[in-house]
Structures are given as structure tokens and as C-alpha cells.
Design a binder for this molecule. Structure first.
Ligand code: ADP
Ligand code: ASP
Ligand code: MG
Length: 609
């Protein structure tokens, strides 16, 4: 029988009794004839306590010292678990990341794994020992000097990533993630009491869910599982239930060297069968998006990208793309709704419909862009350098999509393939979209909430190619990752030139720094005020089948409207829809969306069949 990697999270090893229970399970696996490598987290909430201690001493502790401190948590667990195994008569040895030879980049507090040395692991397995490895940590060499070995950590929640990386390096049969819930549920059971367990979920869906706030798996762990075809299972360490299997397509063969730092972009995708409709100056009140997309869904019009930008005064811009052949129909729906929006008492300006045919959507996709600032900025600067003007931008953690005029499509693709060194042929999404949909693909598989983001708004950005690129480069240079980038559709004159607003979300920890560095560049780049709103929540739904079914976005917006929740920003990809709402309404928004899609077995809004 083959090798199994088992990872136990903090709660699963949170007490002496829990460590003993875990030891029993590990021994049973070994006695069934498997070789076993175990990865553990720090006990209970001890990493949080260490962070707290550090902040009592310093408001801005050095990242190197933070790694020295936080890596101790896991070292406690490996020793205790090893002792518990010895007590049961099971041969076992504990190893830190450094002792294994988990080599990472020299980036303290967020290092990516470069390589895992397998020699010592193989030797201990041959000796018949269970190996207990400290998760979340590795080592790097400072200045490439062989003497200056440094301890690094992979970022909070990183033990999942240690486990899957070990499974890849050791070619394990499977990697089991043991945690305090029965598996992956349709939403966080702490927030949504009727969340349901899923038997299976695809890696693509899990990547989105994990990066949109479902903390049950570290997104980088899912990325490695997908890239190396690791069988990944999430289960409870309290029961023998089978849990959730995260499924991956057969991977392309790839080297283990540079494990986590392969190309950030895996694929360039395009779709030339797109047309754009923009509704400018629609009132900023609950129900507007629901009304627009509800009417489109009633006419069975399938909407692809949707973006809604920051509002100025009390009006919003909403833009979306549809298949070219349905542009006229979509336009007439929009024209039909516009007067109703116009007459609303809160509308200060007239709503206006703009359309553009001959639009192409171009995307870069890849799990490698998670937490790696600069990928979106790289895309924007490469396009700007090639003279391609970007109309709409919509992002998720694993994809950035832009619309451009159709004539620029070939040039844009060639530029992006060269810039990101993508050698596979660009994927035609318009063809994929017309394929018959497998009947059993769920439109919405799960819902997630992220309460840790802040919204950054940059006003009056001159409407010139290359400015979005500069803005996101400035953030990337400071190590700030951005999510949900949205450029307003409306341009307006300011000091004699046409300008647009740009908004994005960044993690709350980075929000003040982001505002500072952008404000400092405002005079040079010619834009106006930069503001931060930390009181936001991002609620998202994910499902691989949504691309084939009209009405999913409408159903989400309708459920939020019904609950009186206003949507501040919208961004979509083929398999997810995210809305930014007021922070105080975040949990309620998650719950209404969860029940709207029948995720707990009770449907509250009509979703077209
Ligand atoms: P561990 O310490 O085992 O790594 P985590 O706290 O990191 O555990 O992750 C498990 C937690 O993830 C659960 O207790 C649950 O509250 C949360 N969670 C968020 N979204 C989901 C989801 N979709 N399915 C299951 N759990 C989720
Ligand atoms: N102990 C670390 C944390 O709490 C890593 C982990 O548990 O995955 O973030
Ligand atoms: Mg975790």
C-alpha cells in the first residue's frame, strides 16, 4: 500500500486528548499497511496567541522575527504527537521544516515553497517510522549564502500547503486534510447553520471559494493539488465519515523544482463573440441590479462579464457583456428599463445606455497569481505597451479579464502569451461556451464571505493607456495584492481632460499603506483623491455550471434586493459572482444568497431551469 499524507489542523490537535485521538488514527493508518507522513499545525489558537504577544511588544514587528516566533507553535505539536505515537508503540520521528529540507523563497511571513528534499523522509519511511512534520514552515538561504539559513513561514493557514506540497514531492497516493468540520460545506457552517456537506468539488471551484474567504483550505494547497494531480480529501478528525474529495483533471507533467513558483499565468483565453452594454448613472439603491439582470434573464439572455463600479454621488454604472447576436435584444431591455430608473426620486442625473459591438474579452488565468502582487499590473502594462486600450476590467484571484475592441484581440493575445511566457495555445472561450452543458454541473456550488477586505477608490484617473498599469504597479512594488479591480464606464471631464474612476479591493491590513502610496503619486500621475472604505464585505457564489445558465446573477442580485441589501461593487468571472456590500450586512448577505440558491435544500427565489 502506498504513502498517505495526513494533515491535522489546530483544533484537531488542540489538547492532550485530541493529540492522543489523532495518534490513534495515525497508528490505524500505519497498521493498515500505509506509509504515513503527518503534517500538523500549532495547537488550538496558539498561533493567534503568539501574534498577540508580538503586538504587545511591537506595533510593527520585523517579519523575520515573526517567523522565528510563529514557527515555534508547530514545533510543540510535532514533539507531543511523536511522543503520543511512541506511547502507543508506534515508531515515529518529528521533524521541523528545516530538518526535512522544505526550501522556500526568502520572503518572510509569505514564502512560497521552491523544493522539498526527499532523502531524509525516504530514509525514515524505510525505517518503518511515521514522520511528523511541522506545517507552515520552511527555510531559505539569505543572500544565497549556505551559512545564513533562515526560518520562513508560508502565511496563515499554510500547513495545508505544506501537506499537499509534501504529497507532491513524495508522490503520495493521497493527501487527507483533517479539520473540525465534516468536509467542505456549501458555506461556512459557523455563519450559515444549514450549510450542507459536499461529496465532491472541483479544484477550480475550490480555488475560487478558498480565495474568496472559505478558510477551510489554503488556496495555495488547492493550487498544488491541481498542478500535480494530487488526490485531496477534506475530512473531520472526529469521525470516520468520508468527507469531501477535491477533484482535479489529469495534470500536465511538470517538474518538482520551483514547486510553488511556476509561471503565475497558466493560460491566455479569449472570446471574440462579445458585445458590451453599459447603463450609466443608475440610482444607487437596492434592487437596481436585480431589476436589470432579472429582465435579461426573463428573456433568456445569457450575460457573461458583469461589473459595477464605485458610485459617485448617488449613482452607479453597471456594464455587462452578452453574445454579439443578442446585443440588440439586450440593448432594448436596457433602454426599456432606463426611463424607470431615471424617474426614481433618488436619480440625480439621467440614466443612459451605451452599447459597443465588436468587443473581445481577453483573460489571463492561473492559480499562481494568488497572493502575488503585480500580475494584473503586468497584464495592463503589457497591453498598454502594445497600444491596446482596456475598456472593462474584472478580476478574481485566479483570473483577470479585460475587454478590448475586437480588432486588437490578436495583438493582445500575442502580447500576453509572450509577456507571461504561455506556450499552450490560447483557449477560445466562445467555443467552450457553445458546447452543450453537462446536465449535472451545478450552477452554484457554494457561497463565501470575506470580511477582511477594504475598498480603495481612485478618482479622476486620466483616461490614457498605461495609467491603470502604473497604479497597480505602485501597489505591487509595495507587495500589496489587489482583488476585484473595476474601472468605471463613465468618463467625465476634470481639469480639461477626460477621466475615469478606478476602484479595487485590497486586504484591510494593507489599506492605509495602499492609500498613502497612491496618494503620494497622485500629483505626478494626475489623478485626484484616493479614499479607503474598510467597512465592506465581499459575498460570492461559485459554480462551474453558471456559464451555461442565464439568470444566476439575477437570482443573486434579487435575493440581496429582497433583503434590502445595497450592492456597491460587482465583479464576475465564468465561475463566480462577487458583490461588495456594507460590512454590517455581510453575514446576512451570505445567508440570503445561500438560501436563494437552494444550497441548504430550501429555495427562496426563482432560478430559471
Ligand atoms: P484547521 O485549523 O483545521 O486548518 P481552519 O479553521 O483553518 O481549520 O478551517 C476550518 C474552518 O473553515 C471551519 O471551522 C469553518 O468555520 C471554516 N469554513 C469556511 N468556509 C467553509 C466551507 N465552505 N466549508 C467548511 N468549512 C468552512
Ligand atoms: N498555525 C498556522 C496558522 O494558524 C498555520 C496553520 O494552522 O495552517 O495560521
Ligand atoms: Mg486551516
Amino acid at each position: 500500500m502506498g504513502l498517505i499524507v495526513q494533515k491535522y489542523g489546530g483544533t484537531s490537535v488542540g489538547s492532550v486528548e485530541r493529540i492522543q485521538a489523532v495518534a490513534e488514527r495515525i497508528q490505524a493508518t500505519a497498521q493498515a499497511g500505509h506509509a504515513v507522513i503527518v503534517v500538523v499545525s500549532a495547537m488550538g489558537k496558539s498561533t493567534d496567541s503568539l501574534v498577540q504577544l508580538a503586538h504587545e511588544i511591537s506595533s510593527n514587528p520585523s517579519h523575520r522575527e515573526m517567523d522565528m516566533l510563529l514557527s515555534t507553535g508547530e514545533q510543540v505539536t510535532i514533539a507531543l504527537l511523536s511522543m503520543a505515537l511512541h506511547e502507543r508503540g508506534q515508531a515515529a520521528v518529528s521533524l521541523t521544516g528545516a530538518q526535512v529540507g522544505i526550501v522556500t523563497e526568502a520572503k518572510h511571513t509569505r514564502a512560497r515553497i521552491l523544493e522539498i528534499k526527499t532523502k531524509r523522509l525516504e530514509r525514515h519511511l524505510e525505517e518503518g517510522k511515521v514522520i511528523v512534520v511541522a506545517g507552515f514552515q520552511g527555510t531559505s538561504r539569505r543572500n544565497n549564502s549556505s551559512d545564513d539559513v533562515e526560518i520562513t513561514t508560508l502565511g496563515r493557514g499554510g500547513s495545508d500547503t505544506s501537506a499537499v506540497a509534501l504529497a507532491a514531492a513524495m508522490q503520495a497516493e493521497c493527501c487527507e486534510i483533517y479539520t473540525d468540520v465534516p468536509g467542505i460545506l456549501t458555506s461556512d457552517p459557523r455563519l450559515v447553520s444549514d450549510a450542507q456537506l459536499m461529496a465532491e468539488i472541483t479544484c477550480d471551484e475550490m480555488l475560487e471559494l478558498a480565495s474568496l474567504g472559505a478558510s477551510v483550505l489554503h488556496p495555495r494547497a488547492v493550487e498544488i493539488a491541481r498542478n500535480y494531480g494530487i488526490t485531496l480529501v477534506v475530512r473531520s478528525s472526529w469521525t470516520d465519515q468520508p468527507g469531501t474529495r477535491v477533484t482535479a483533471p489529469d495534470p500536465q507533467p511538470r517538474a518538482l523544482a520551483g514547486l510553488e513558483i511556476a509561471n503565475p499565468v497558466d493560460a491566455v483565453e479569449f472570446d471574440t463573440d462579445q458585445a458590451k452594454v453599459a447603463l450609466l448613472r443608475v440610482p444607487d439603491r437596492p434592487g437596481v441590479a436585480a431589476q436589470i439582470f432579472g429582465e435579461l434573464a426573463d428573456q433568456a439572455l445569457n450575460v457573461d462579464l458583469i461589473i459595477q463600479s464605485i458610485h459617485e454621488g448617488n449613482s452607479n454604472d453597471i456594464a455587462f457583456t452578452v453574445r454579439s447576436s443578442t446585443l440588440r435584444q439586450a440593448e432594448s431591455v436596457a433602454e426599456h428599463i432606463a426611463p424607470a430608473l431615471r424617474s426614481h426620486p433618488t436619480a440625480t442625473h439621467e440614466a443612459e445606455v451605451q452599447t459597443a459591438s465588436n468587443v473581445a474579452k481577453i483573460s489571463i488565468a492561473g492559480a499562481g497569481m494568488i497572493g502575488r502582487p503585480g500580475v494584473a499590473a503586468g497584464m495592463f502594462s503589457a497591453l498598454a505597451a502594445a497600444g491596446v486600450n482596456i475598456q472593462m476590467i474584472s478580476t478574481s484571484e485566479v483570473k483577470v479579464s479585460c475587454t478590448v475592441v475586437a480588432e486588437d484581440c490578436d495583438r493582445a493575445i500575442a502580447t500576453l502569451c509572450a509577456y507571461f511566457e504561455v506556450t499552450s495555445s490560447p483557449a477560445r472561450l466562445d467555443q467552450r461556451r457553445t458546447l452543450p452543458s453537462p446536465a449535472d454541473l451545478p450552477s452554484v456550488r457554494g457561497a463565501a464571505l470575506d470580511l477582511k477586505q477594504a475598498q480603495l477608490a481612485i478618482r479622476y484617473v486620466p483616461d490614457k493607456p498605461g495609467l491603470a498599469a502604473r497604479i497597480f504597479q505602485i501597489l505591487a512594488e509595495r507587495g500589496i495584492s489587489v482583488d476585484m479591480i473595476i474601472q468605471s464606464q463613465r468618463s467625465r471631464p476634470h481639469h480639461g481632460q477626460m477621466t475615469r474612476d478606478i476602484a479595487c479591493t485590497v486586504s484591510q491590513d494593507h489599506a492605509d499603506l495602499a492609500r498613502e502610496v497612491l496618494q503620494a503619486a497622485a500629483a505626478e500621475l494626475g489623478y485626484g483623491e484616493v479614499s479607503v472604505n474598510g467597512a465592506i464585505a465581499k459575498v460570492s457564489v461559485v459554480g462551474v455550471g453558471m456559464i451555461h445558465r442565464p439568470g444566476i446573477a439575477a437570482a443573486m442580485f434579487k435575493s440581496l434586493a429582497k433583503a434590502g441589501i445595497n450592492i456597491q461593487m460587482i465583479a464576475t468571472s465564468e465561475i463566480k459572482i462577487s458583490c461588495v456590500v456594507e460590512q454590517e450586512q455581510g453575514v446576512q448577505a451570505l445567508r440570503v444568497v445561500h438560501s436563494a440558491f437552494d444550497l441548504a435544500g430550501v429555495k427562496t427565489v426563482e432560478i430559471p431551469a
